[in-house]
Design a protein around this ligand. Structure first.
Ligand SMILES: NC(=O)c1ccc[n+]([C@@H]2O[C@H](COP(=O)([O-])OP(=O)(O)OC[C@H]3O[C@@H](n4cnc5c(N)ncnc54)[C@H](OP(=O)(O)O)[C@@H]3O)[C@@H](O)[C@H]2O)c1
Length: 259
């Protein structure tokens, strides 16, 4: 494939969750452009197959495995599919996530449990099944998509903020226990223009106005784009970041600087 600026990503194999939409999709496509083979995951079959088609149209290699990452078995299946199809596993990118909005007293127990299971437990499950294979690769690299919600709170997002905060420590723990064969880092986006962000502002009477106000407040005066996040993820997967592990990288157009 063309535009190869990370030679060491060629011939490697990655599982990307949340790859049916937004940042995960962009990461999967960019990684495939560098010559990695991709296991695309999400629950939406049509969007998953679309992503595979786009990769194949660019002469890349990908398969779609449909499934809910909040269920342990899905994550086991993803690892098995990588080994059965491509014979190895080098990278995990966990981008699946949901907001689960509602204050502690308003949120129903199922929403709390589902949000924690999707944002946090799923990362544990995929690491649990995937790390033995990444150790064999010896240059295994993991990127977890966290959020600036790991560092600041937003009104009525307790499940989201708690799950994203916990990921920061999980990443450090894995870095300590699984180096030097496996590196793991977290990318913490700010407001990025994806369906998740657009759905979150739908609750307001004036969603377009809310987006405009958000952009005006940001030091960089625009929402992030999935490619802004994908750039950082590719760097962290590649050997160019070979001394970086256990860290969290904020990519937010300056959002955390807003007083
Ligand atoms: N957009 C932002 O402003 C922002 C900011 C900070 C952090 N983030 C984080 O970035 C990550 C990607 O979000 P995005 O903005 O790209 O959102 P998005 O476009 O809505 O994509 C979310 C992805 O997660 C998948 N997903 C959700 N629940 C799942 C489940 N239970 N099982 C399997 N897949 C599941 C969805 O797939 P299906 O629909 O096919 O199931 C979809 O591919 C999330 O972890 C999010 O928390 C986003």
């Amino acid at each position: 494939m063309k535009s190869n600026c990370y030679n060491d990503l060629e011939g490697r194999v990655a599982i990307v969750t949340g790859a049916t939409s937004g940042m995960g999709r962009e990461i999967a496509i960019r990684l495939a452009e560098q010559g990695s083979s991709i296991i695309i995951n999400g629950r939406n079959q049509k969007r998953g197959l679309d992503a595979v088609e786009e990769i194949k149209d660019k002469n890349g290699s990908a398969i779609f495995i449909r499934g809910d990452v909040s269920i342990p078995k899905t994550n086991k299946t993803l690892v098995e599919a990588a080994i059965e199809t491509y014979g190895r596993l080098d990278f995990l990118v966990m981008s699946a996530g949901e907001l689960g909005i509602g204050s502690i007293t308003e949120i129903d127990i199922q929403t709390w449990e589902k949000t924690i299971a999707t944002n946090l437990n799923s990362v544990f499950y995929l690491l649990h099944y995937g790390l033995p294979e990444l150790k064999k690769s010896k240059r295994g690299s993991v990127v977890v998509i966290g959020s600036i919600a790991a560092f600041k709170v937003f009104p009525n997002h307790p499940a989201y903020c708690a799950s994203k905060g916990a990921l920061t420590q999980l990443v450090r723990q894995v870095a300590l226990d699984f180096g030097p064969q496996v590196r793991i880092n977290q990318v913490c986006p700010g407001q990025v223009d994806t369906p998740l962000l657009r759905n979150s502002v739908r609750a307001f009477d004036n969603p377009e106005e809310i987006i405009k106000q958000t952009e005006e407040k940001l030091p960089m005066k625009r929402l992030g784009l999935p490619k802004d996040i994908a750039e950082m993820v590719l760097f962290l997967l590649s050997d160019k970041s070979s001394w970086i592990t256990g860290s969290s990288f904020v990519v937010d157009g300056g959002s955390l600087c807003i007083p």
